[in-house]
Design a protein around this ligand. Sequence first.
Ligand code: IFM
Length: 477
Amino acid sequence: MTTTLPSGRQFAPEFLWGSATASYQIEGAAAEDGRLPSIWDTFSRTPGKVLNGDTGDVAVDHYHRVAQDIEIMKDLGLQAYRFSIAWPRIQPTGSGEVNQAGVDFYVDLADRLIEAGIKPVATLYHWDLPQTLEDEGGWTNRRTAELFADYARIMAEALGDRIHLWTTLNEPWCSAFLGYASGVHAPGVTDDEAALKAVHHLNLAHGLGARAVKEVLGEDTPISITLNTHVTRAASDAPQDVEAKRRIDTIANEVFLRPVVEGVYPPEVFADTAHITDWSFVRDGDLEIIKVPLEVLGINYYSTGRVQHGTPVTGDGEPGPDGHKTSSHTPFVGATEVEFLPQPGPHTAMDWNIEPLGLTELLLDLSKRYPELPLAITENGAAFYDTVTDDGRVHDVERTSYLHDHIEAVGQAMDQGADVRGYFVWSLLDNFEWAYGYDRRFGIVHVDYDTLVRTPKDSSRWYADLIRTRTIAPVEG
Ligand code: IFM
């Protein structure tokens, strides 16, 4: 893939450049220092759930290699590092006593980052729910949201003012719908009503967790949530296709955006899902709790989708045209007559189409809807099957081109008025890519999974230059 958008754009000095990871995907040390299993430990150990039977037991051993990984971040000149905290390290059973060794790990991480001049951006939940809580219903159980607030309070007390930006949840859409509807993610449930309950309890957890952090650290503490807002287009202007897109927008985006930003659920979702649930799990006062002033809205963007009126594509684990693994159940609950269509290429190794201007479109749409709400790209990046070549390097020109074009796409949105504050590459390191195990590599730093040796890829050098010069350089090669 070559670049399709121009080079040369310069970004303002205050624009924040970083990279992102998540606990279960990189830490390893799954049974160390008091950590107990999360739903991903259980899921990945269940035969057939993760490609090649891979697990996060070792991952890339970040737990033991923090110092080395921070040196890499320093070399790249990262200004911020977005990591997630593993709830099962902090409260191994999800409630009650605090595991001090787990807390210490993140306090030490934050201290080392600050010492290295890198701003810590902490996500409280990136999918590793303590298994004990799942045994009691997981996100279908309102108590999980209440316990999340206790956990958030513990971390706020421990980390204090070290954190530049707190993020409550990463991509609650995946937790709810891939976890409880299509079941291709942990805990692997296929029950539409459970998924809708999970939606609400995740939203509630966001509100309760954000409020707990603010109670401890003050009203002005910067809070965010990260959503993987789907950019979906209708295959035609035919009313049925337009309605298909509307259904996806509702269940993929609006069901999180509207409560979090506006304190309401989109009324259409009640009609779309009336055959599944009456939503009586939403209690008086919940929506007021969920709406918390945000410092920024985090956006994760990778590709786009195209839909028409039709039958949802199901299957047995192959990547589907909606960008996710297929299962017997669609993750798009309530979108009963919607068919995702294959997207034209180029594609990444995830089979996701590469469409940088979808990001411009998304940022403009959000900033038009919510002009007072700043945005940050909390994840963007691409998986390819990278290898270290004889010269000891990884010539990942496709990834570099992807980053080049998407960062320019952010710039184009900013030209047209979008208030975007920062950009985080997904991911710093090759890592455990959930149901795809270690097969697909997203890192700008290569990890040899046998030796755990880290090799910065060419894309990381290009990104380091961008951070240093604040200018998008052309991609060579
Ligand atoms: O690896 C994931 C990450 O955990 C959440 N956002 C998408 C990434 C790529 O699939």
